[in-house]
Structures are given as C-alpha cells and as structure tokens.
Design a protein around this ligand. Structure first.
Ligand code: FAD
Ligand code: NAP
Length: 304
C-alpha cells in the first residue's frame, strides 16, 4: 500500500513525488515513457528560473535526478483506470494494479492532430510534431510549420538552424504567440509567414513529403507548393481518457480541481497541463506539483 501514487513523470508529477517523498510518504511514480514529459520534445527553455537557457531534455534529466533522492519508487506502466474505494484507491495499469491511499494525476497532454489528408500517411516521413526530435533531418530544406501559438513560432525559430526556409502557416492574420517570441521570428531572415491560410493536404511520393496544398481563407484561393517537411503545432489535447469514468473532467476533457489541486473526489489530485487552467508552463506544472505533494501529506494526516 503506497501513501500516494503519482501518475506521469513530467515536471508536475516529478515535483509532486519530490515533495511527497521528502515528507516521508511512501511514493510510487508511474510513467509510460521517458521521464520528462513534454520537456523531452522542447528545444530551448528560456523561462525556467535558474537557467538563462537550457535544452528541454537536459532540464528533464536534472529534475529526474532530484526526484529519486528521497526514496520515490519508479514504475513503468500505462495507467488505464483509477478505482476509488474511499480511503484507498486502485490504480490499474495494463498488466498490474497498485494500491494507494491517495493519487495525483499528472498525465499532461499531447499535440493535436490537424486531420488533413496526408498527415497520417506521411507521419515520420516528413510530417512531424517535434522539432527537437526531427529538425536535424532537414538540413538545407524548406519546411512548413502549421499554427500561430508559442509552440509553432518558437519551434519554427529552432528549425531555422537546420532549414533553408521556414514558412509559418497561420489561419488568422495575427499570431497567438507571446510578443517576445513573435519579435524574434519576424527578425529572423529565414522565416516567412502565410496569413489567413490553412493547410488542406500534405502530398508526397512513396518515400516522403513533397508538397503542401494551402488555402487562403479570405480569398478562397488554393495553391500547391513544394515542401520537404511539415511540422504541426495546432494545440493540445488532455490525456484524461483513463479518468473519464470518475466524473472529474469537463466537457473538453480537462480535469477540474480546487486551488489545493484536489478534484471533487477526496484523495484524488490533478496537477500540471492536465488541469483546466490558463497558463500551461513548466513553472506552473512545478508549482502545482509542490502544492499537491504537500496537500497529500495533510490529507493523509487527517485520514489517520
Ligand atoms: P507533461 O510534460 O505532458 O508530462 C506528462 C507525463 O505523463 C508524460 O511523461 C506522459 O508520458 C505521462 N503519461 C500520460 N498518460 C499516462 C498514462 N496513462 N500512464 C502513465 N503515464 C502517462 N513550457 C515552458 O515553461 N517553457 C517552454 O519553453 C515550453 N516550451 C514548450 C514547447 C513545446 C513544443 C511544447 C509542446 C510545450 C512547451 N512548454 C513550455 C509547455 C511545458 O512543456 C508543459 O507545460 C509541461 O511539460 C507540463 O508538464 P506536466 O508534467 O503537466 O505534463
Ligand atoms: P495553442 O496556444 O493552443 O496554439 C495553437 C495554435 O494553433 C493557435 O495559433 C491556433 O490558431 C492554431 N490552430 C488550432 N487549431 C487549428 C486548426 N485546426 N487549423 C489551423 N490552426 C489551428 O498551443 P501551443 O502553441 O501548442 O501552446 C500550448 C501551451 O504551451 C500554451 O499554454 C503555451 O503558452 C505553452 N507553451 C509555452 C512556450 C513558452 O513559454 N516558451 C512554448 C511553447 C508552448 P488561433 O490562434 O487562431 O486559435
């Protein structure tokens, strides 16, 4: 029986495990992949205090080193369900179940797909969602980046170190990205912007992407352009499917909590990107991890 089971080893879950284990709680941290979460797919992080600039995977590694110093037990597993028995909970993975007195959900979210023809067909053959992972394959190539948020613009800038040109395709005439990121992108000679434009189709041959079909949403004009790669950054979807039965998610699938990170089920907490909130960042994930790690201690004290 664990005191607390943390699901997801991104910055939120790792911080919750650190706080809870440092309070002498018996902590299990379950992760389905490499520890670090979305940080593993992030090029440069410039807004995490303590570092003027650090690569996402390096920050992930540094956090993970710290997590294990107070006895957190790590397990690999894909969580499929949480069963609430009141003062105890069962966390069900594909091939094993774990018992805990409290659970902290920190499963984050994933990139959203566009759903255009060619997207699935050319995934891994010119279509990518991760500049850090795939950017280096496109030296001297012309890339298209779809989206106008922080991810699209920041990762687009990152791609210019490899690509000959990066064309950002945005459906409106104004970016959503933070102003400082916009300014950098506008000043970068390798970047260009197609406004009021959507991607309609990704085309290619049996080997890889060869082109894109674009539509101007104001004029209705459709154009075909040659392309070597397409990076898609059109937002995020919560990873909450395993928790839907608990009734703690809203209509869009994000988990709702109070300001102590507790859901409406006593002893079940949610932190980081998976929560309904406005600012999805490493700093906020870490902050919420600290709150939940501490709150769970209080909860267990009251339970005893
Ligand atoms: P995540 O990082 O998503 O981690 C969740 C973890 O849960 C993952 O490891 C996942 O494998 C695991 N998991 C999910 N489901 C299950 C399951 N069923 N069973 C077991 N494990 C599961 N933020 C910044 O502050 N600065 C930046 O510069 C920045 N750049 C970004 C660039 C990109 C391209 C992206 C996509 C995001 C960026 N962000 C940035 C946002 C930041 O990465 C996130 O806000 C942060 O990682 C959220 O942390 P988290 O722990 O809540 O979730
Ligand atoms: P986002 O902020 O939701 O932006 C998604 C972008 O994709 C928007 O510009 C949106 O257009 C566009 N889009 C959505 N659906 C589309 C569709 N069907 N067709 C065409 N375009 C579409 O997502 P994000 O950029 O991935 O950022 C997610 C979170 O991570 C944010 O909270 C962000 O601040 C954070 N993040 C932070 C940093 C950083 O701090 N440096 C870096 C990356 C990410 P509209 O603008 O028209 O809606």
């Amino acid at each position: 029986m664990y005191d607390v089971i943390v699901i997801g080893a991104g910055p939120a879950g790792m911080t919750a495990a650190l706080y809870a284990s440092r309070s002498n709680l018996k902590v299990l941290l379950i992760e389905r992949g490499a520890p670090g979460g979305q940080m593993n797919n992030t090029a440069e992080v410039e807004n995490y205090p303590g570092f003027t600039s650090i690569m996402g995977p390096e920050l992930a590694y540094k956090m993970y080193e710290g997590v294990n110093q107070f006895g957190t037990v790590n397990a690999y597993g894909i969580v499929e369900e949480i069963i609430d028995h009141g003062t105890t909970k069962t966390v069900v993975c594909e091939d094993q179940s774990y018992e805990g007195k409290a659970v902290i959900i920190a499963t984050g979210c994933v990139h959203r797909k566009l759903g255009v023809p060619g997207e699935d067909e050319f995934a891994g053959r010119g279509v990518s969602y991760c500049a850090v992972c795939d950017g280096a394959f496109f030296k001297g190539k012309h890339l298209f980046v779809i989206g106008g948020g922080d991810s699209a613009v920041e990762e687009g800038i990152y791609l210019t170190q490899f690509a000959s040109k990066v064309t950002v395709v945005h459906r409106r005439d104004e970016l959503r990205a933070q102003k400082i990121i916009q300014e950098r992108a506008f000043a970068n000679p390798k970047m260009e912007f197609y406004w009021n434009t959507v991607l309609e189709e990704i085309t290619g041959d049996e080997i890889k992407v060869q082109g894109v079909q674009l539509k101007n949403v104001q004029t209705g004009e459709v154009t075909a352009e040659s392309a070597d790669g397409v990076f898609i950054y059109v937002g995020l979807d919560p990873l909450t499917e395993p928790f839907r039965k608990l009734g703690i998610t809203n209509a869009q699938g994000w988990i709702e909590t109070d300001q102590e990170m507790e859901t409406k089920i006593p002893g079940i907490y949610a932190i980081g990107d998976v929560r309904e909130k406005t600012l999805r960042q490493i700093t906020t994930a870490v902050g919420e991890g600290g709150i939940a790690g501490q709150q769970v201690y209080q909860y267990l004290q009251e339970l005893a």
